[in-house]
Ligand binder design. Sequence first.
Ligand code: COA
Length: 288
Amino acid sequence: MYKIRPLQLTDKPDILEIARHTWDGHDYLPYFFDSWLKDTDSHTAAIEVDEHVVALANLRIIDNSQTGWMEGLRVHPDYRGTGMATVLTKYIVEMAEKISVARIRYTTAAGNEPSLHLAEKVGMKRKFTYANHWQNQLDKISLSSSGQLMKPVSPMIYYDELHQSKIIPHSIIIYDWKAVDITPENIQKIGHLANFWIERENNEVQSFSLGFVKEGKSGPEWSSTIYTSDKIHFLNQVSNHLAYALSNKCNSLFLIYPLEYQETLYELDWVRIWEDEVMEMVLLERIF
Ligand SMILES: CC(C)(COP(=O)(O)OP(=O)(O)OC[C@H]1O[C@@H](n2cnc3c(N)ncnc32)[C@H](O)[C@@H]1OP(=O)(O)O)[C@@H](O)C(=O)NCCC(=O)NCCS
């Protein structure tokens, strides 16, 4: 028998145990657990069996109460395949409907078949797909592969250019595995965490990017998103982010970028190609 309830502080050891078994221990859950409990916009759901949490998820209300953001869906390996993620996903969607958000959104890796299946089972549809790339052991890359550090711009300048640009479809900006609507408030909020860069040519913006340091299991990691109009500006941004990752002493780099530049990235001699992994992320959405 199991019961569903919100997470509480005393669940931390169980959460750490689940995270230890997820993605070789590279799970971000331990870094978010405390903030979810303090955040009044977060609605956590946990499945408890024999006084232990064995599955969990969070629904965070964002975009000025317009979006329910589903995140952190995890089931302890001993309980996978028993329908617990299905129960939690349905529970989170029902909670979002009750809170009266306009939509629910979720991102997952395009290769994560059970996760995509679960989202589609509750009526979420694929809205867009971006390529991503994970590069570790940055210390082995020669500094000459990185470019000049570009000068960051303020969140307000970034917003002014971004919201009228055709480079970014859907008016949604992605950072790490999260996505928010492009609004002045959201860009300000991301600005507390990240820096923003713009590349102009003939007074027209040709590329946008953002990047920040996040704490990972093996030390600081650089996480970045690039939006671009062409290959040249894509490559400029990639080398800018590699330069920032190195100057921030990060040993790994996570890049999110438009799918059509995947081949271009793989042509770079320092880029490691992950043969057996789909390096793409999908944003799923259900409109209520
Ligand atoms: C993804 C995860 C939450 C699923 O948990 P689970 O307890 O196995 O899920 P359930 O048993 O409720 O359901 C899994 C569903 O996926 C389906 N599934 C499993 N493998 C699949 C595959 N390769 N392709 C398509 N569907 C698949 C199952 O058949 C089941 O669907 P059904 O009930 O319609 O038959 C769990 O594997 C996990 O914690 N993974 C690590 C973290 C993660 O990936 N989280 C989600 C993305 S952030």
